[in-house]
Write a protein that binds this ligand. Structure first.
Ligand code: CP
Ligand code: NVA
Length: 303
């Protein structure tokens, strides 16, 4: 079996590959703005397999492959033979025969790895409980668009710092050489070993005001991720005080930008005023998913 190069975590690409990817994503974005057509992935097929809800990941990958001349097939767990017990590895072998790459969103990292181990085409992590690499990659591209190089910048992430978004920011910090401040109460922090792996790039700060002081970027995510709905009330109670609102933002750098991967729960982790305010780059961030993923698909499929 051919060994495919997957994109399961941020560490699966090197800093020089990321430089090339960001530069190509910017070029593809300019070309899209100029209404130029691209055909770099003509004749290629992308399968998106969703075992959890999605708006942006599904649509941005569909648009990305379509605008590069390829096509998109969505497979949901419920409507495929997976629901009737066909093994995941068999599904991966079959998809490998038809398609050129696959995006898989699933509940556990173990299940993603099980799929990847049987796939002879590149597998892209579309989100698990342990990370959301394509989203954080896009977030860093969005930071560079707004502020220039992310290296040496301070990104503050407030709220659920044990969730997939915070975990991917943690992995990204040493790779992209930025400082990450995680603002969360006890019980909402990543495992100590994961924090240790990020070394001096990460600081844990319980007080959100102290964590955003002078920050270049303030990022957050929902307090209850998909699958944690039953804990929503107690999580809301524990994370009260970590909302990104205008008051909190006054402590950040005057040029600071605000990011949120979406979907958002307004007036929990972020206010509507901040989402719609002048420092928000949330809507560009969502659009950039498509541009960045186009460049990623080219790297994975053509290289
Ligand atoms: N940010 C993100 O991945 O959104 P979806 O859950 O809508 O795909
Ligand atoms: N942490 C969120 C991200 C959604 C894109 C979740 O896992 O539901």
């Amino acid at each position: 079996m051919v060994i495919a190069r997957h994109y399961l975590r941020l560490g699966d690409r090197s800093p020089p590959e990321y430089r090339a990817l960001f530069s190509r994503a910017a070029e593809l974005k300019r070309r899209r703005r100029a209404r130029l057509l691209d055909t770099s992935l003509a004749g290629r097929t992308l399968v998106v397999l969703m075992e959890k809800a999605s708006t942006r990941t599904r649509l941005s990958f569909a648009a990305a492959i379509g605008q590069l001349g390829g096509h998109f097939v969505e497979l949901s767990a419920a409507s495929s033979q997976l629901a009737r017990g066909e093994p995941l590895a068999d599904t991966a072998r079959i998809v490998s025969g038809y398609a050129d790459a696959v995006v898989f969103r699933t509940s556990t990292d173990g299940r993603l790895r099980e799929y990847a181990a049987a796939s002879s085409i590149p597998v892209i992590n579309g989100l698990t409980e342990l990370g959301h690499p394509v989203q954080v990659l896009t977030d860093l591209f969005t930071v560079e668009e707004a502020l220039g190089s992310v290296a040496g910048r301070t990104i503050t992430f407030t709220g659920d710092c044990a969730g997939n978004m915070a975990l991917s920011f943690l992995e990204a910090a040493p790779l992209f050489d930025f400082r990450l401040r995680l603002a969360a109460p006890p019980g909402f922090l990543p495992p100590a070993a994961v924090v240790k792996a990020a070394g001096a790039h990460v600081t844990l700060v319980e007080d959100p005001r102290e964590a955003v002081r002078g920050a270049d970027v303030v990022a957050t995510d929902v307090w209850s991720s998909m699958g944690q709905e039953d804990e929503a009330e107690e999580r809301r109670e524990a994370l009260r005080g970590y909302t990104v609102d205008d008051g909190l933002l006054t402590g950040a750098a005057a040029s600071a930008i605000v990011l949120h991967c979406l979907p958002a729960h307004r007036d929990e982790e972020i206010t509507d005023a901040v989402m719609m305010g002048p420092q928000s780059r949330i809507w560009e961030e969502a659009e950039n998913r498509m541009h960045v993923q186009k460049a990623l698909l080219e790297q994975l499929i053509l290289c």
